[in-house]
Design a protein around this ligand. Structure first.
Ligand code: NI
Ligand code: MN
Length: 226
């Protein structure tokens, strides 16, 4: 399984011959190395309804007939726009032909902002556990630190965790380092930083707070083979 980081919260997974992308925020994401027309995912998984996570989902999914996996409210909303969706909810897992997806809690807000200044409620935000080929990846989405991360780590041995460190909207570096400990993640990659001025962070400081040799900084386009 190959896992690649593409700036902000964008993570690409190649597993079982399928391309999966989490939170494809490309337009307006100055950190990403991706171009909307070059992303050809079979599957899109969304953590929550904020614009910097839903991103270019509608355009990409229509172009590639991608399956969109998200919580029930967000997936229903996207299905009304003609997308092929699979709705799930917090605590539920489902075995797809490319791997197993489980949605975990995340403490955050959610709402899709329409062009005419309406906010549409998009259900509870989530983290994602993705398991395939005997390995488990945890993408925390946008979240505060919470003690049930320990439960997530106890129930699911995590080989690779993507944790937000930007602060302001999510955990900052200190809380994210504590989260890594609760999760007992074998490898940790910081995400959701330096995209906007209010989430400016030095990821090297975060890595230094982690247990030795667990933290890895991935630049946009860099990946890990699991
Ligand atoms: Ni958010
Ligand atoms: Mn966000």
């Amino acid at each position: 399984m190959k896992v690649t980081y593409h700036g902000h919260s964008v993570v690409k997974i190649e597993s079982g011959g399928k391309n999966i992308i989490i939170d494809p925020f490309i337009t307006g994401n100055e950190l990403t190395d991706l171009k909307v027309e070059e992303v050809k995912p079979d599957v899109i998984i969304l953590t929550h309804g904020h614009g910097d996570h839903v991103g270019d989902t509608v355009e990409i999914a229509k172009e590639n007939d991608s399956l969109v996996i998200a919580n029930d409210e967000l997936s229903t909303y996207l299905s009304w726009q003609g997308l092929r969706v699979h709705g799930m909810h917090i605590g539920g897992s489902y075995q797809f032909d490319f791997g197993t997806v489980k949605l975990t809690p995340a403490f955050h807000g959610t709402g899709f902002q329409t062009k005419d200044n309406q906010i549409i409620y998009c259900g509870m935000p989530a983290g994602i556990l993705f398991t395939a080929e005997g390995k488990t990846i945890y993408h925390a989405g946008d979240t505060a630190l919470f003690s049930d991360m320990q439960l997530i780590g106890d129930r699911h041995p995590i080989d690779l965790a993507f944790l937000p460190i930007g602060d302001n909207y999510t955990m900052g570096p200190e809380d994210a380092a504590y989260a890594a400990k609760l999760l007992s993640a074998k490898k940790v990659v910081p995400i959701h930083y330096n995209t906007f001025p209010v989430i400016t962070q030095d990821p090297r400081k975060f890595i230094q707070m982690l247990e030795q040799n667990t933290g890895t900084i991935l630049l946009p386009g860099e990946g890990i083979n699991l």
